[in-house]
Design a protein around this ligand. Sequence first.
Ligand SMILES: C[S@@+](CC[C@H](N)C(=O)[O-])C[C@H]1O[C@@H](n2cnc3c(N)ncnc32)[C@H](O)[C@@H]1O
Length: 290
Amino acid sequence: MTPADYDFLRRLLKERSGLDLSADKQYLVESRLAPLTRRAGLAGIPELVVKMKGGAEALIKDVVEAMTTNETFFFRDKVPFDHLSGTVLPALLSARASRRHLRIWSAASSTGQEPYSIAMCLKEKAVELAGWRIEIVATDLSQQVLEKSKAGIYSQFEVQRGLPIQLLVKHFKQIGELWQINPDIRSMVQYRQLNLLQDFSHLGRFDVVFCRNVLIYFDQETKVSIFERIAKMMEPDGMLMLGAAETVVGMTDAFRPYPERRGLYQPNPARGARPGFGAMQPQLRVVAAR
Ligand SMILES: C[S@@+](CC[C@H](N)C(=O)[O-])C[C@H]1O[C@@H](n2cnc3c(N)ncnc32)[C@H](O)[C@@H]1O
């Protein structure tokens, strides 16, 4: 790959997915795109770049997807899910006692382990949540990971990463060497393809947002824009969960850290309420927690 090819790919990826590659990541691009070039019957990256410059949209989409990092696992980092069960849900159960409706967004859901972990946490509170409307909306840029999520089928290796054995037994069915998550958990999650660089206000207002391990790939300006737009979609007492290497501190005052809960943030009341936003709620399919 020539320096000009690398520059072209860097610019395209930044524009299409937000991926901010430093000048020394040629090896990463080469290793991620090699299988794709082979599959497309191309001689190498220079030929791929020529086709992309010629406007081969399907190929561009494949390149953008191939460059996403989809690493994830059930109950990743554990602490966020302890916060969800021990802090966030008890607070919202009380604050929403009359409305009995909760909306949760997993904003870069990858192959589904994050939204299904959230669903399993909610299921553990089935008694308290009986009669509530629960929506878990899971979105990702990559269509490929969304397809895997919808199927809810995981390998032995994948279910061994982070998933407690009692939850495996309770919520999964074994199919040969694979494990499929049960329909009651699967139906709690709605999947949609969504690029965080684009407008997402049509998703409506959320009580809880998980936006974990995706902002790390973006530059500061992109992170700030995403934080600001997420804040506008959150209930004033809603909660934002970030990944272990992510923070809003020093970036935006749209959120403030939740006291003594690492990775958990709340919209900053100093920014003020946003009256009338509720009118933009879309009609999403609603699934009751059983
Ligand atoms: C490392 S995974 C994180 C998965 C999960 N949140 C977790 O913490 O385990 C990052 C995900 O972000 C998605 N992604 C990358 N750029 C994106 C964008 N611009 N908009 C939406 N999703 C994006 C990738 O496709 C990938 O599935």
